[in-house]
Design a protein around this ligand. Structure first.
Ligand code: SF4
Length: 519
């Protein structure tokens, strides 16, 4: 009997949007798909998988008996775990393994040292064709986007033209008894996403920007001349995905759009807001870029339930922004965007900064402090270090400018998960002047503390001043944590009350709307 079972494994990510899209594509093509969510996300205290978890995984594979196993390798953060799983599979089974995700797309040859195949770029059609070739015992040489072994080498095929219709396979599948989660030394059956209070999705594909520390631009380069890179899903597809989530997730209280940059297309936004209010009506979160913030768009979104905006500012130094990060907005663009969020009264605004990096001088940090002091409150700061992701442009910049040597860079990029996260949070930076300005920047998000930060910023640099700043920094970090939890609890409580009042009646209407869509 032909084996049409495909197993997909995601790492440290129960949401796994990309894996769920592959599931949908394979299922549409007639395959029986299983997903194992191998360990869940934890950016603060990530833990390596245990032998027990690996043995559960191996047992599950034995029960499923797939004809092919796909490993989702998003970045090198989890490479250590991916390699362990890969070798467990190889030691115990004779099943072809294919790697897909950002890292295999940028380094297919390196990944083929461990896997049988790699998928480069967008993988829906490739995984279908590969599964078919394996099932029918056919050759794989003609499959686009595929990397494979030849007799004495490896071959990476060209990528196909971009699929212009991001709705081709429809929304991903939520729920189902084909899903398992392995974490904390146990296995749970069913889709772990169903118990969550939040649902994540993306309404667009691709990002128009080219930040040097991000792999988005490298992926775009793979597709040069292969069609339109930024693609918007239709509003009806997005809303129907959310209706499905609302029906199936009884605890759903919050929606997160994980588009790299949320759409600023006014026609799309108008249509989206109308449907969102009518069918979904839950608080939601988006990511923005300073050059893509329009007042009428933010106003509309806020009226439709926009609860939180996360915007990357990264630095207040135009030198760092332009020369190092390849971000071409000016500080006045940043402030303009911040003022728009403030005027539109977006309930929660978070600004992301990449500080404590080896390119930064004290003057750059002072410029960042000065910029932050001009941002209208309330806002939250999310400050982290610079993570060097393999293949990103900033790696080359660091080598050319001799700010980090090759060995250290490799250690950062391919260190253990704990080492990489510690670098990401900037924990291994010890420069006292950097720490001083970092403290003042952090204090600036709080009403009372920002005045003290101003006072300290004009004092001459002495031990006592730095000690006070360091002490207040500790306090402000705790305050930031409490504020975050308080706001989250408040949002969940008000969303729960709202859902309790309108929930049952609306669920009946939603089922009707969803059934109509499916017909
Ligand atoms: S805006 Fe965000 S997603 Fe786009 S390139 Fe920059 S960091 Fe990457």
């Amino acid at each position: 009997m032909e084996n049409k079972r495909v197993l997909l494994i995601s790492f440290y990510n129960n949401k796994a949007m990309g894996v769920r899209c592959l599931e949908k594509a394979l299922q549409t093509a007639g395959y029986e798909v299983f997903i194992i969510f191998f360990k869940n996300f934890n950016s603060m205290k990530p833990k390596m998988c245990t032998d027990k978890e690996l043995s559960y995984l191996t047992d599950l594979i034995g029960v499923i008996e797939p004809s092919i196993i796909g490993l989702s390798v998003m970045s090198t953060f989890y490479l250590e775990a991916v390699l362990k799983v890969n070798s467990y599979i190889k030691d115990n089974y004779d099943i072809p393994v294919v790697w897909g995700g950002v890292y295999p797309s940028l380094f297919p040859e390196d990944c083929l040292k461990f896997s049988d195949y790699v998928v480069v770029g967008e993988g829906e059609h490739t995984i279908i064709e590969l599964a078919k070739a394996i099932r029918d015992k056919k050759r794989v040489q003609a499959i686009k986007n595929l990397g494979y072994h030849t007799k004495d080498d490896v071959k990476i095929n060209d990528v196909r033209a971009l699929n212009e219709d991001p709705d081709e396979f429809g929304p991903p599948i939520l729920g189902g008894d084909n899903k398992f989660a392995v974490d904390h030394d146990k296995v749970s059956f069913g889709d772990p996403q169903l118990n969550s209070t939040s649902y994540e999705l993306a309404a667009t594909k691709g990002c128009p920007f080219a930040c040097s520390y991000c792999s988005s631009v490298n992926l775009r380069r793979l597709y040069k001349g292969k069609g339109k890179y930024i693609r918007y899903r239709s509003v009806s597809s997005v809303i129907n995905e959310l209706i499905d989530a609302k029906i199936k997730m009884k605890n759903l209280r919050y929606i997160r759009f994980w588009d790299e940059i949320f759409s600023d297309d006014e026609k799309w936004i108008r249509e989206f807001c109308e449907s969102y209010v009518k069918y979904i009506n839950l608080p939601f979160e988006i990511w923005c870029h300073p050059l893509k913030v329009k007042k009428n768009v933010i106003q509309r979104l806020t009226q439709a339930g926009l609860h939180k905006v996360v915007m990357g500012i990264q630095s207040g130094s135009e030198r760092i922004l332009k020369d190092i990060f390849h971000r071409y907005e000016h500080t006045q663009d940043i402030l303009k965007a911040c003022n728009i969020f403030n005027e539109c009264k977006v309930p929660e605004v978070v600004y992301d900064f990449i500080l404590m990096n080896p390119f930064e001088t004290e003057a750059d940090l002072i410029e960042t402090f000065e910029l932050v002091r001009k941002i209208p409150r309330p806002f939250e700061l999310q400050i982290h270090g610079l993570n060097f992701l393999p293949g990103t442009d900033i790696v080359q910049i660091a080598l050319e400018r001799n700010v980090v040597d090759y060995d250290k860079l490799n250690k950062i990029m391919f260190g253990t998960m704990e080492e990489q996260y510690s670098h990401y949070w900037g924990a291994d930076q010890k420069n006292p002047k950097q720490n001083f300005w970092l403290s003042l920047i952090h204090l600036s998000q709080f009403n009372g503390l920002s005045t003290i930060a101003d006072y300290l910023s004009v004092r001459s640099y002495r031990t006592i001043v730095t000690k006070v700043a360091a002490l207040l920094y500790k306090v402000s970090r705790k305050l930031a944590r409490i504020r975050h939890l308080y706001k989250k609890a408040g949002m969940l409580a008000s969303s729960t009350i709202h859902q309790t009042v309108t929930g049952r009646r609306q669920r009946v209407q939603l089922k009707k709307a969803f059934t109509n869509y499916m017909q």
